[in-house]
Design a protein around this ligand. Structure first.
Ligand code: MG
Ligand code: MG
Ligand code: MG
Length: 307
């Protein structure tokens, strides 16, 4: 029976590519390992795998009785529901340590870097295993995606160095160009149901007893969503009602202008000005320099809500 390697629920490109890369490394180290995903691939991940001719991992939602490695997360809320019945061999991640625990020692590679694939690049080096060309290509894309082409505050020198090396091995050419090509795919909204866009990267938070939902779309150019912006506004208002939330926000992040337009559905719009000093008009506010939900948006809102 193969050991299964998988990333978080609602998989992103790092979760998918880190699982594939770690399975490759583990196989070369003599372990019978296979990558898996917990859900459908998003358009960006599909594009990345197609571009480098790598097949998609199998979708697996139940892991009871299996040996597993976790990549790109260590939070139970992002893990399979039956993780408690699996045997966790290890974790490879770049987030804060979560609440996954084990009754036995495990192999942990958790680094404060911008992407799980940066850690795995280091693991290949540590074990002196050559990175295959196509795996280098998809890992490069994962790092460009997670660091928003090196623009995110989470990006470190280790991520940049890993990318230089992966670009050489993969022959992927200009990284900036590759990154923009990928984010154009990520930005595509045509033919996608509005609710799918709102929920593509959506999380609910509890802020001082108030339910606050924050979604994010990373775009190469805000004008891409001009045609659907009103529908997005209607849908976050609807989602707010459905969930009984205090607020639902949608960040439309312009990765080239390095800022976000915030669409607001809230019982109290003034929290936006409290959090960011920007006065909303018609349920929208431009937040200059704001790109990261984790590092900028959530902490500011938490303060504004008095959490
Ligand atoms: Mg991720
Ligand atoms: Mg990641
Ligand atoms: Mg991400």
């Amino acid at each position: 029976m193969s050991t299964l390697i998988f990333g978080h629920k609602n998989p992103d490109t790092d979760s998918v590519c880190a699982a594939i890369a770690l399975a490759d490394l583990k196989k070369k180290l003599g372990e019978d390992a296979a990558p898996a995903v917990q859900g459908q691939l998003n358009p960006e991940s599909k594009f990345v795998l197609d571009k480098f001719g790598v097949s998609a991992p199998e979708m697996v939602t139940s892991y009871a009785g299996k040996q597993v490695y976790l990549v790109d997360h260590s939070d139970l809320s992002q893990s399979p529901d039956d993780l408690g019945e699996a045997h966790i061999l290890g974790i490879v991640d770049h987030h804060k340590l979560g609440d996954v625990t084990t009754g036995h020692p495990l192999e942990c590679w958790i680094w404060p870097v911008g992407c799980s694939c940066t850690v795995i690049t280091g693991m290949y080096k540590f074990f002196n295993v050559q990175i295959p060309k196509e795996i280098a290509g998809i890992m490069l894309c994962a790092i460009l995606s997670d660091t928003v082409i090196f623009k995110f505050a989470t990006c470190t020198d280790k991520d940049r160095e890993a990318c230089e090396e992966l670009a050489k091995i993969s022959g992927a050419g200009d990284m900036q160009e590759l990154g923009v090509e990928m984010f154009k795919v990520k930005s595509a909204v045509e033919g996608t149901p509005v609710r799918e866009l709102v929920e593509r990267d959506y999380k609910d938070f509890n802020m001082n007893g108030k339910a606050v939902g924050i979604g994010q779309l990373e775009l190469v150019d805000l004008s891409i969503v001009d045609s659907v912006k009103e529908e997005l506004e209607k849908d976050i208002a609807k989602l707010k009602e459905e969930k009984g939330n205090h607020s639902v926000f949608l960040l439309l992040t312009d990765i080239m202008k390095e800022g976000s337009e915030l669409l607001i559905a809230s019982d109290d719009e003034s929290v936006v000005e409290k959090a960011f000093g920007a006065k909303p008009s018609n349920g929208r506010a431009w937040l200059d320099g704001v790109m990261s939900r984790k590092k900028q948006v959530v902490p500011n809102f938490e303060k504004a809500f008095g959490a």
